[in-house]
Design a protein around this ligand. Structure first.
Ligand SMILES: NC(=O)C1=CN([C@@H]2O[C@H](COP(=O)(O)OP(=O)(O)OC[C@H]3O[C@@H](n4cnc5c(N)ncnc54)[C@H](OP(=O)(O)O)[C@@H]3O)[C@@H](O)[C@H]2O)C=CC1
Ligand SMILES: Nc1c(N[C@@H]2O[C@H](COP(=O)(O)O)[C@@H](O)[C@H]2O)[nH]c(=O)[nH]c1=O
Length: 335
């Protein structure tokens, strides 16, 4: 199942509105084939794993398949994966997380067990829920999974004094930001940051097939202050930048309704503080640069978390060094 999770990660940020599922076919401890769902409308992970095993000359009779999510049992844009599993002669199916849609949950077990296939579930379920966090969040709440990413100095500032250049963090940390951008469907920034930084907000990593994230700017003044040559005004593979304003929860719900399941926020403290206040943040990534930057642009500003009764804290925290910088990453929880 760990291998299936690694397979699923290959589809992250490119399968929306579908989940980025991974699958591995095994017999007697030997891996016969593996695969992942590469994008909506394309074959699912199970079909890729079965085809991968067959392409290596394996007969799948009597094999097992490990899948990160309950296999689909209905015909959507592609045929049901339960049918592909039955046709392949697989004798045991193991999945991590159940389908979060109550209308579908349990259907695969019924179909497979009725055909005499052994079923086991809930293997590495927390890891699978994390892999599929955008899909699960949208299914359960109608809102996308929101990740806030900030690069900040030791004194909690997010800009350098003017004339010193834009970057607080070094090239290694910024390369990691590209991996993070590769995991998401959309990047949200603010009008203020768009005007000050002329950001590109694209994916410049190396993952084949990765779709460019949709660029979204929260602003009361779309286009104002942005020169025609601003990066965000140049359409890319994801289309034109979207300009949004108003209630942040409604903005997030409309992004989810458009099939954007994971949103990375790369904005200043005012917007980040409002998102925290609204309880819209699920995951936090800070890159801490070892310098005192000074100035008054802080990582969480505006009303910020000052109006919260409950302090946001992180759980499942990881700490990793990139060059001279430290990344702190974890899931938001409320005390
Ligand atoms: N180090 C880092 O990781 C980062 C640093 N930065 C820096 O942060 C600085 C800006 O930070 P800060 O001043 O706190 O500003 P923010 O980036 O937080 O932007 C505030 C702006 O967001 C827009 N906004 C917020 N909520 C809404 C809403 N509900 N509807 C419409 N628009 C909304 C408004 O834009 P408008 O005024 O257009 O209406 C508002 O002025 C920049 O100098 C930038 O360089 C930015 C991103 C990351
Ligand atoms: N200053 C700063 C960051 N700033 C963020 O990166 C954006 C620029 O993105 P792009 O134009 O696509 O490279 C910028 O608007 C801001 O959101 N990021 C970091 O990883 N480290 C840094 O020191």
């Amino acid at each position: 199942m760990e291998l299936a999770l690694r397979e699923g990660e290959k589809g992250q940020g490119q399968t929306a509105p579908n989940p980025s599922v991974g699958a591995v076919v095994v017999r007697g401890g030997e891996i016969l084939g593996k695969g992942y769902h590469p994008g909506a409308g394309l074959p699912h992970a199970e079909v890729h794993a079965i085809a991968n095993a067959r392409s290596q000359g394996h007969d799948l009779a009597g094999s097992e398949i490990f899948v990160t999510l309950e296999p689909c049992s209905t015909t959507g844009r592609t045929p049901p994966c339960t049918s592909a599993i039955l046709q392949a002669g697989i004798k045991r199916v193991v999945w991590a997380a159940d389908d979060p849609n109550p209308a579908h949950c349990g259907a695969a077990r019924q179909i497979l067990e009725a055909a005499g296939i052994e079923v086991a579930t809930s293997v590495l379920v927390d890891e699978a829920e994390y892999l599929h966090r955008g899909f699960f969040k949208v299914q359960r709440t109608g809102l996308p999974w929101v990740i806030v990413k900030t690069a900040m100095s030791l004194d909690g500032r997010i800009t350098r004094p003017s004339g010193e250049g834009q970057w607080l963090t070094g090239s290694e940390a910024r390369a990691d930001v590209q991996i993070l951008r590769g995991e998401v469907d959309a990047i949200l920034t603010s009008g203020e940051t768009a005007r000050r930084d002329n950001p590109r907000l694209d994916y410049r990593g190396e993952r084949p097939g990765k779709k460019q994230p949709v660029r979204v700017v929260a602003t009361e003044y779309p286009l104002a202050g942005l020169p025609a040559e601003a990066h965000l005004l140049q359409p890319n593979e994801s289309g034109a930048t979207r300009f949004v304003s108003g209630d942040l929860r409604e903005i997030m719900a409309s992004l989810a309704a458009d099939g954007l399941q994971t949103v990375l926020v790369e904005a200043g403290g005012k917007l980040v503080g409002q998102l925290l206040d609204a309880g819209l943040v699920d995951e936090w990534v800070t890159y801490l640069a070892p310098l005192v930057a000074g100035g008054d642009v802080v990582a969480v500003g505006g009303e910020g978390c000052s109006v919260l009764d409950e302090r946001p804290r992180l759980k499942n925290v990881s700490y990793q060094q990139f060059g001279a910088d430290i990344r702190v990453r974890g899931l938001l929880r409320r005390d």
